[in-house]
Design a binder for this molecule. Structure first.
Ligand SMILES: [Zn+2]
Length: 117
């Protein structure tokens, strides 16, 4: 017997414009990397709702959200200490203004050096 979830997925795949699109993987990857839904819809000639339904069906919003959390970390890691402090100061200021009840942002821990170095 086929499960209801499997049936629902099969039905989605049968009618979904993204599932059946030759550039499906590119659409998914670019959407997860925060390309705009409207831009992708225009470029790949599909509707906004097709993209939204497909991403929801495969729970790709979580992957997109994870990419958003990882991106600032990668940006900060690439900078030198002076720039890191400046970025974190600005983030902290933004955070205090817009999210006053959240925890303070701390500088990521790096390999500790002895003071004598
Ligand atoms: Zn789909």
């Amino acid at each position: 017997m086929i499960s209801k979830a499997r049936e629902k997925k099969d039905r989605h795949e049968a009618v979904c414009k993204i599932c059946n699109h030759p550039y499906r993987k590119q659409i998914e990857d670019r959407w997860c990397a925060w390309a705009s839904t409207a831009t992708l819809a225009e470029k790949y000639r599909v509707s906004l709702s097709s993209i939204s339904r497909h991403m929801a069906a495969f729970k790709l919003q979580e992957r997109r959200a994870t990419n958003l959390r990882v991106a600032p970390e990668l940006i900060i890691e690439q900078e030198d200490e002076v720039e890191q402090r400046a970025i974190l100061k600005r983030l902290k200021k933004w955070n205090m203004k817009h999210m006053p009840n959240s925890k303070n942002i701390k500088r990521p821990k790096t390999n500790k050096r002895k003071k004598s170095d």
